[in-house]
Design a binder for this molecule. Structure first.
Ligand code: DCP
Ligand code: CA
Ligand code: CA
Length: 382
């Protein structure tokens, strides 16, 4: 390839619109519960954070779409949700974050595999920059369908996807059709897509800002776009004022970028029966080691600490750890350490294991052997 063609391609790549997806899992905690126990599907399902003060004190974490029809949603008191659902056969369950985190981790690995750049946002959503791997919006639509299919067949969960030229538009697009939605916004449609929406849809506009904007006569994104930017800066300050103005026009240059390294990678699972038998425990633990190790490699990480967990019949949690001087990614070292730690644990404790888990922590990026090549324009080749 001549330097000339290389140059043209390079410039074309920079000038091309980005294609960004936001994948958000539908009624996430409640859908995890439906997956675990399909017999509750079709009924209103309410996942609750019980505060423990009185029997029903606490708030709703989330609810499935059947329950939402009755007005039940995140944040309302459990007592109120029970009132709204008093005439129907509804299911109320306590949150199980450990379980949702496991499901989330597995789904995030699937999504990561489809992205040039990946950025997880919280437990149930992620941005995927797919510019390089798609030639335009039609391929992006196909890719989004593939992702939805994969998450459904591999993890039995539905999600909603928004596709747009940046994170701001992708996020709003993912929200307009739910559950199980797919919304595409082409660059030339951004303006007309945003205009009629209430300002609240913009990331960063909370209830307070919404109220303030309303006193200025601004309710929709279109009204915000026509509002004098200097006036916005007077009211909200330069940074926020400029942000609101740009956001109303659908302008957002924020790159999709990987968050800092996870603190740990772990897996836990329930044994067939409660036991103190080392061989039975290790049978399960080694399988968990394989899964955790695969994830470590996938993320290009090395570890310094190994931990084991035992959850007893009374749900008490016990753990043992070992930290090494130097980081490694070695699987044998991992398994040997897990064996030593379980041996040690069983000799020190009389507990019977119901669930066992393994964890790698003190993670860091594996040192690159080679610096990435830099092309004619100074852009990295990979
Ligand atoms: N969550 C919570 N309390 C809130 C909001 C959310 O505990 N006030 C939890 C439960 C949700 C999860 O975070 O399942 C993800 O939040 P979302 O806002 O994405 O809501 P859902 O996934 O439940 O529903 P949707 O289908 O609207 O995305
Ligand atoms: Ca969600
Ligand atoms: Ca979400």
């Amino acid at each position: 390839m001549s330097i000339f063609t290389f140059g043209i391609l390079g410039v074309a790549l920079i000038l091309r619109d980005r294609i960004v997806m936001l994948v958000d899992l539908d009624y996430f905690f409640a859908q995890c519960e439906e997956r675990r126990n399909p017999s509750i599907k079709g009924k209103p399902v309410v996942v609750c954070v019980y505060s423990g003060r009185t029997e029903d004190s606490g708030a709703v974490s989330t609810a499935n779409y059947v329950a939402r029809k009755y007005g039940v949603k995140s944040g309302i008191p459990i007592v109120l949700a029970k009132k709204k659902l008093k005439d129907v056969d509804a299911v109320f369950l306590p949150v199980d974050k450990t379980f949702y985190r496991e499901v989330s981790d597995e789904i995030m690995e699937i999504l990561r595999g489809y992205a040039d750049r990946f950025e997880q946002m919280g437990i149930d959503e992620a941005y995927l920059d797919v510019t390089k791997r798609t030639k335009g919006i039609y391929q992006a639509e196909e890719l989004a369908e593939t992702i939805k299919g994969d998450v459904l067949t591999q993890q039995s969960l539905t999600c909603s996807i928004g596709v747009g030229p940046n994170k701001l538009v992708a996020k709003i697009a993912a929200d307009v059709q739910k559950p199980n939605g797919l919304t595409l916004v082409r660059p030339e449609e951004v303006q007309s897509f945003l205009l009629p929406l209430p300002v609240r849809r913009l990331v960063g506009v909370g209830r307070k800002t919404e109220k303030k904007l309303e006193t200025l006569g601004v309710r929709t994104v279109g009204q915000l776009a026509r509002f004098d930017v200097q006036k916005l800066i007077e009211v909200f300050g330069r940074k926020l004022g400029t942000y609101f103005h740009n956001a109303s026009l659908g302008i957002d240059e924020e790159p999709v970028q990987e968050r800092s390294e996870p603190e740990s990678v772990s897996r836990i699972s329930t044994l067939k029966e409660d036991t103190r038998d080392l061989a039975a425990i290790l049978d399960e633990a080694y399988m968990l080691c394989d899964a955790v190790h695969a994830k470590l490699l996938q993320r290009g990480l090395v570890y310094r600490s190994v931990s084991i967990y035992v959850v007893a019949g009374d749900l008490s949690v016990h753990s043992r750890s070992k930290t090494f001087e130097n980081p490694t990614s070695d699987l044998e070292t991992f398994k040997r350490t897990v064996k030593d730690l379980y041996e040690k644990f069983l000799s020190e404790s009389a507990v019977e294991a119901r669930r066992v888990g393994v964890k790698l922590s003190n993670l860091s990026k594996k040192e690159e052997l080679q610096k990435p090549l830099t092309n004619f324009f100074g852009f990295s080749n990979n």
